[in-house]
Design a protein around this ligand. Sequence first.
Ligand SMILES: [Zn+2]
Length: 286
Amino acid sequence: MSSLTDPLLLIIVALLALTLGSFLNVVIARLPVMLSRQWTREAHQTLALVPPTHERYNLLLPRSHCPTCDTAIAWHDNLPLVGYFKRGGRCAQCRSPISARYPLVEAASLVLVLWIVWHHGLTVSALALSLACLTLLALAVIDVRTLLLPDVLTLPLLWGGLVYQLIDHPDRLAESVIGVVAGYGIAWGFYWCFRLTTGREGLGRGDFKLLAALGAWCGWQALPLILVLSATTGAVIGILMQLAIPRLRGAPMPFGPFLSAAGMLLLLGGDRVIELYHHLIGLSSI
Ligand SMILES: [Zn+2]
């Protein structure tokens, strides 16, 4: 069924997935800081004020370091999964704890890529789906940490979805384009209905683009299922978290992780998930 039955290929794909997961951690940690610095710099330039310092800060520089003691992390302590457990989840220098987010993102990347390559083989389709799912994972974690869904990730995801359909499923391109328009339009409509009736923002503008991107990858038919799944899980988890953690009551909650999770389920499960959904609601097919 899959080329992953070859142990050597399995190891190569797993190492590649872990490396991508490690890179994803860098994107998750640094992209919001890079954007924040860019906005500050642009605001200062627009207002003709003295610009802030131009310390090099990007996805490559400075080297990975402990946020507490600033010590650079040695390459062998920075290996995906292995480095974290080798250090017992703590900085080798000052012993302060390091977030479990790092191994969790790496493990999730490993599972996602292995699942996709197992079902699609070593194909362009598997590469495209892996990149889409890893981007959704990065967006979900960034939204949890910062309540941001950066355009620099949502827009390439959207265009990538259209190109993927054009190359892999040209017969579904129309469904994909309608999915983009409908996804954006539904989220935009909900945002304004909620805002005009309650005076508050129920969705962030990044959610519009994320739902449009999911429409590109999954087609318009998947949008009702994505909305039902994300709204239901979002409501249940939101209520449980507010009951468990009182300081979260009234605090804004990210919706991106629930949209991303529902989108990933559709991308990983393919048409089987939509068929199951139609079966459950009593439709034979659309
Ligand atoms: Zn340290």
